[in-house]
Design a protein around this ligand. Structure first.
Ligand SMILES: *Cc1c(COP(=O)(O)O)cnc(C)c1O
Length: 369
């Protein structure tokens, strides 16, 4: 049996009449930037995550960059980021001329280690960025408490956490601003690039609307040097259709994740820890093993596709060699990078495919059938 990592076409074919109609509606409207589809999606997504405002932008990286700018990050600021994340989290900081201050993640949940946060905060720190990596929310209570004691805004990177919950409340407004990506492979994915920021803060929302539109709230009047970072109305119309299915798709991911957690618990694999305070959106299902590459090869030979998120920590990338953070600077991130493997998971995955993955992992680790 063939098990692709993620079947991207499946959501199109499942919803083809509705999606085709949505695209045709935009093409026939004569309105190709902003407009009613973007506004409707912003309203619907804000409602879904229970935030006051949603501001659509071009992609997830720019969502994070504009959010950091809107909460007051300036050139020379420091911004706390996790040692283990997708590089976009760091790029958003450095594109503003600010310096990323990495804090190690926990080896069990892969989220920012809240116990190490206080030591990383200096007077130059202007934001803290928890990343709800793999869809599992970071320990927000402790992070919020520390941030509020230091009067530092939190900007959450929720690119993998659509629909995830922390203490029963959806991710979307715990911090001052929350950035989202709708890259096709995310839990809520467009058929192209798209992103957004959600916030409860009226001032931050208004600032973001200006920043994404050349720094202008009134046409041809520019209060600051803004960007062109707009959510495409065709993608917005598609996202409106897909948003109605997100909970069902996440539920399917949860079912597969709980099978993996159950049926792989005695194999010697390190499985992801999920604290009692959170409900993960299971964007990915990361496992760890010392002989990760051999396991990956064994699964590949059985046509089971796996990926590595992420093999090289940001501090060891050539892009950040100037920070002078060599090997050994963040041992937990480095260990994760060399041992982590993402098993297939997704809304279109069948029970038979999940069983096939479980069987193949058990066999290749000598755990028996
Ligand atoms: C996907 C992702 C981003 C970037 O989103 P794009 O839309 O690809 O720019 C940022 N952070 C994390 C954690 C991501 O997974």
């Amino acid at each position: 049996m063939n098990v692709p990592f993620l079947d991207l076409k499946a959501s199109y074919f499942a919803l083809q009449p509705e999606i085709d109609a949505a695209v045709a509606r935009v093409l026939g409207s004569g309105w190709y930037i902003g407009g009613v589809e973007v506004e409707a999606f912003e309203r619907e997504f804000a409602g879904y995550v229970d935030a006051e405002h949603c501001v659509g932008v071009a992609n997830g990286l720019e969502a994070l960059q504009l959010a950091l700018l809107a909460v007051g990050v300036t050139p020379g600021s420091e911004v706390v980021v996790p040692s283990h994340t997708f590089i976009a989290t760091w790029l958003a900081v450095t594109q503003l001329g600010a310096t990323p201050v990495p804090v190690e993640v926990r080896a069990d949940t892969y989220q920012l280690d809240e116990s190490l946060l206080a030591a990383a905060i200096t007077p130059r720190c202007k934001a803290i960025v928890p990343v709800h990596l793999y869809g599992t929310p970071a320990e927000m209570d402790a992070i919020l408490e520390l941030a509020s004691a230091h009067r530092i805004p939190i900007v959450e990177d929720a690119a993998q956490a659509h629909g995830a919950r922390y203490r029963g409340r959806r991710i979307g407004s715990h911090g001052k601003a929350v950035s989202w990506s709708f890259y096709p492979g995310k839990n809520l994915g467009a058929f192209g690039d798209a992103g957004a920021i959600t916030t409860d803060d009226d001032g931050v929302a208004a600032h973001l609307r200006s920043l994404r539109n050349y720094g202008s709230a009134v046409r041809y009047v520019h209060d600051e040097r803004g960007f062109n970072s707009r959510l495409d109305p065709i993608q917005a119309a598609i996202l409106r259709v897909k948003l109605r299915h997100l909970d069902a798709w996440n539920e399917r991911r949860r079912v597969i994740a709980s099978r993996y957690l159950d049926e792989l618990s005695d194999t010697g694999l390190i499985l992801p820890a999920v604290p009692a305070t959170v409900e993960s959106s299971w964007h990915l299902f990361p496992v760890r093993h010392q002989r990760r590459d051999a396991l990956r090869e064994a699964l590949g030979s059985k046509k089971i596709e796996t990926l590595i998120h992420y093999p090289i920590p940001s501090h060891l990338q050539r892009a950040y060699s100037d920070l002078g953070l060599g090997p050994g600077s963040f041992p937990i991130a480095e260990t994760i990078g060399s041992t982590v493997l993402s098993l297939p998971i997704g809304p279109a995955m069948t029970d038979e495919q999940a069983a096939c993955v479980i069987d193949a992992v058990r066999t290749s680790l000598g755990a028996g059938g």
